[in-house]
Design a protein around this ligand. Structure first.
Ligand code: HEC
Length: 105
């Protein structure tokens, strides 16, 4: 009986762990998929802004941070304006990247 409860608790914790968006994991995805345009700290690369003929909003800015997690996730997975959807980013990785973006403010 006790054993059953223990196993139940462990698997519950494991599933919570998997669903939790991690900033550390997000940083790895960010470095691989976003940094080339947005810079290490989300400041935005001037050359990219010029190339796309846009102002790259710093990811730490109020403007970007005011967006909801869902909106940020959508930018990553569906693209926005001149930013194309980022290929090879899973739903979970997108959540992780959003968690990382939240650490920039
Ligand atoms: C190829 C270059 C490029 C890459 C790679 C890229 N972005 Fe962008 N991103 C842009 C450009 C250009 C814009 C501005 C779009 C516009 O204003 O039309 C932008 C805008 C944004 C915005 C602001 C959107 C808004 O509503 O103002 C966010 C947030 C963002 N990017 C996050 C990310 C994240 C997170 C990643 C990695 C998963 C990423 N970007 C990868 C080029 C890129």
């Amino acid at each position: 009986m006790k054993k059953t409860i223990l196993i139940g608790t462990v698997s519950l914790l494991a599933s919570v762990g998997l669903a939790y968006a991690g900033a550390a994991e997000g940083k790895e995805v960010y470095t691989a998929k976003c940094q080339s345009c947005h810079g290490a700290n989300g400041e935005g690369k001037a050359a990219i802004a010029k190339m796309f003929n846009v102002t790259l909003p710093p990811l730490a800015s109020k403007e970007v941070q005011a967006k909801s997690d869902a909106e940020l996730k959508k930018v990553i997975l569906a693209g926005k304006g001149k930013m194309k959807p980022i290929a090879g980013v899973s739903e979970k990785q997108a959540d992780d990247v959003v968690a990382f973006v939240r650490t920039l403010k």
